[in-house]
Design a protein around this ligand. Sequence first.
Ligand SMILES: NC(=O)c1ccc[n+]([C@@H]2O[C@H](COP(=O)([O-])OP(=O)(O)OC[C@H]3O[C@@H](n4cnc5c(N)ncnc54)[C@H](O)[C@@H]3O)[C@@H](O)[C@H]2O)c1
Length: 254
Amino acid sequence: MATYPELKNRVVLITGGAQGIGLSTAEEFAKQGALVAVLDIDLVGAQKVADSINQTGQRAIAIKTDVTSEASVISSLKSVNDIFNGIDIIINSAGGYGKLTSVEEMPVDEWDRTVALNMRGTFLVCKHAIGYLKKSKAGRIINVSSISGRTLFGSTSPAYASSKAATIQLTRFLAVELGPFGITANSIAPITTLTPRVKALRTAANIEQIASQIPLRRLPEPIEHSNAMLFLASDNASYLNGIAMDINGGRVLM
Ligand SMILES: NC(=O)c1ccc[n+]([C@@H]2O[C@H](COP(=O)([O-])OP(=O)(O)OC[C@H]3O[C@@H](n4cnc5c(N)ncnc54)[C@H](O)[C@@H]3O)[C@@H](O)[C@H]2O)c1
C-alpha cells in the first residue's frame, strides 16, 4: 500500500461514501490518517462506514446528504467544517442511473433525475465547497466521471453518459477557475467495476464478456479507483490539474 503521510489529518469529504467506490475510498483515506466525512442519502449505510472506520482508531463522521438539494449540500458542508475545522479534499462519488434506454425512449423525468444526481449534485458540492477549499493549504477536488463520459461504451443511459461527460468539462472549468488559489480539480473515469452492486446485477458470463474487450482482460476492483484518488489528493499530484484519469484497463483505446 502506498503511504501519503501528508494526508494525515486532512479533511476529506466523500459523497456516495456509503457504498461501492465511495466506501472503498473512505476506508483508504482513513487508513492514511485523513479525517473522513461520509455524505450519503443513505444515512444508515454512511453511519455503518463511519462506525467501522472509527473502530480502527481513525476518525470518520456520517452526514445524511441529498446532493441534488442545495439546502442539504450547504448544511452538510457546514457540518463537516464545524466538526473537523476545515475541508481540504472533496470527492464526488454519488452517481449512477436507473434505466438503460435509447434517447428516443428516454422518459423525461428519468433524464432529469439522472442529470440531477450526476451533474447538478457534483456542481452543487463543488460550488459550495469552494469557499472552504480556498482556506485549505492543499485544496483538491476529485470528481468521479465514467468511461461513459469519455466514449460510447456498451449499453448505458444517454442521460448518464451525457452527465459524466459534463462532469469532466465542469472539472476542467474548476481547474482553471481555482488554479490561482492553489486548488486542483481532476476527474477519474472508471470502467464497470466489481462493486457489490455490479456483482449482484451482472452474471458471471456478462462480466466475462465485458472483460474480454478490455486489454487487461479483467474488471477493476473499487480499490483501484481509490488508489488513484489517494494519489490525486496527495502532494505527489501537486501539478496535475484538469485531467480526466482513465481507469479502464485500456478499454477506452479500443
Ligand atoms: N460501479 C461502476 O461500475 C462504475 C463505473 C463507472 C463510473 N462509476 C461512478 O462511480 C461512482 C460510484 O459508483 P458506485 O457503483 O460505487 O455507486 P453505488 O451505486 O454503489 O453507490 C452510490 C452511492 O451514492 C448514494 N447516493 C445516491 N443518490 C444520492 C444522493 N442524491 N445524494 C447523496 N448520495 C446519493 C447511494 O446511497 C450510494 O451509497 C458513481 O458516480 C458512478 O457513476 C461507477
